[in-house]
Write a protein that binds this ligand. Structure first.
Ligand SMILES: *Cc1c(COP(=O)(O)O)cnc(C)c1O
Length: 367
């Protein structure tokens, strides 16, 4: 059996006709930049999250950059985030000229350890980027409380968490703003790049709308230096089709994750922890294993693709050497980076496929 980490074609098969219509209709409409499809997706996602504004942009990374800019974060500022995430969570802080400050993650949830935030706050700290990693939200009550006390902005990096919940509240509805990615592999993925910011802040929303469009409100009149960072109309049309299925797909991922938990019980794998306050949407199904490299080789030899999320914690990346972190500074992230990996999970995966993966892992453990 051959198994990919994510089978995008299996999903396409289920929505093929609708997608074809959406793409062709958009091409025939003659409206390619910031047209009705983008507007619809912005409104639908804002409503879904229960916030006032949705602003479509070119990708999740730009969503973070434009949000940081809109809050006036830049040179001389510090932004707290975690090292156990995709590079963009910190890269964007650097892009706007600020300095990322890394706080270790919780051993169970892999999200920021809220008990370690305050010791990293200085007079320069301006914001916290709370990364809802792998589809499970951070402890937002505690984070908002800390932010309020120290007068900080909270940006949710919800790129992996569209539809996730914390105490019944959707990802994107709690921080001052939140960023989504529609990269093809995300739970709501386009057939190309895409991203969105959601916020209740009218002024920030207005600024982001200008930033994505060369700093202009009225075409050819520029009030600030901006970007060309718009969500493509064709991608929005595709995403409007897919968005109707997001809850079903997220629920299917969750069900299948629970099935894996069952199938992998009594193996040497550490299965994902679900915080009872949260609805986990399983962007990735992450396991830990002592003999990761050997196990992954064994799975590969038997046709099962896997992925390592994330092999190098961000504070130890070459590019951040100048920040002066050393091994041992953020021990949980460092330990996880040596043990964690993802196995195939997507809404369309079959029980037979899941059993195949689980049987291989069991076989490896009993070798
Ligand atoms: C995917 C991702 C991003 C960046 O999104 P792109 O659309 O790829 O630019 C940022 N943060 C996290 C946590 C992500 O997973």
């Amino acid at each position: 059996m051959e198994l990919q980490l994510l089978d995008l074609k299996a999903q396409y098969e289920t929505i093929k006709d609708e997608i074809k219509d959406a793409v062709i209709n958009t091409i025939e409409s003659g409206h390619y930049i910031l047209g009705p499809e983008v507007k619809k997706l912005e409104e639908d996602i804002a409503n879904y999250c229960g916030v006032k504004h949705g602003i479509g942009v070119a990708n999740g990374t730009d969503a973070l950059v434009l949000t940081l800019k809109a809050f006036g974060i830049g040179e001389g500022d510090e932004v707290i985030t975690t090292p156990f995430t995709f590079f963009a969570s910190a890269e964007t802080v650097s892009q706007v000229g600020a300095t990322p400050v890394f706080v270790d993650v919780d051993e169970k949830t892999y999200c920021i350890d809220e008990n370690k935030i305050e010791e990293k706050i200085t007079s320069k700290t301006k914001a916290i980027i709370a990364v809802h990693i792998f589809g499970q939200m951070c402890d937002m009550d505690r984070i908002m409380e800390i932010a309020e006390k120290h007068n900080l902005i909270v940006i949710e990096d919800a790129c992996q968490a569209i539809g996730a919940e914390y105490k019944g509240k959707k990802a994107g509805s709690i921080g001052h703003a939140a960023c989504f990615s529609f990269f093809p592999t995300k739970n709501l993925g386009g057939y190309g790049d895409g991203g969105m910011i959601v916020t209740n802040d009218d002024e920030v929303a207005q600024t982001i709308r200008m930033l994505r469009f060369h700093g202009s409100k009225i075409k050819y009149y520029h009030d600030m230096i901006g970007y060309n960072s718009r969500l493509d109309e064709i991608q929005a049309a595709i995403l409007n089709v897919k968005f109707k299925h997001i809850d079903d797909w997220n629920n299917a991922r969750k069900e299948k994750a629970h099935k894996y938990n069952e199938l992998l019980a009594n193996t040497k794998c550490v299965t994902p922890y679900e915080d009872e306050k949260c609805k986990h949407i399983y962007h990735l199904y992450i396991l830990q294993h002592e003999e990761r490299e050997e196990l992954l080789r064994f799975l590969k030899d038997n046709g099962v693709a896997t992925g390592i999320y994330y092999p190098v914690p961000l504070h130890l990346q070459n590019v951040y050497e100048y920040l002066g972190y050393k091994e041992g500074d953020l021990p949980v992230s460092e330990k996880l980076s040596k043990r964690t990996f993802a196995i195939p999970l997507y809404p369309e995966i079959t029980l037979e496929q899941q059993e195949y993966v689980a049987d291989l892992i069991r076989k490896f453990d009993n070798k």
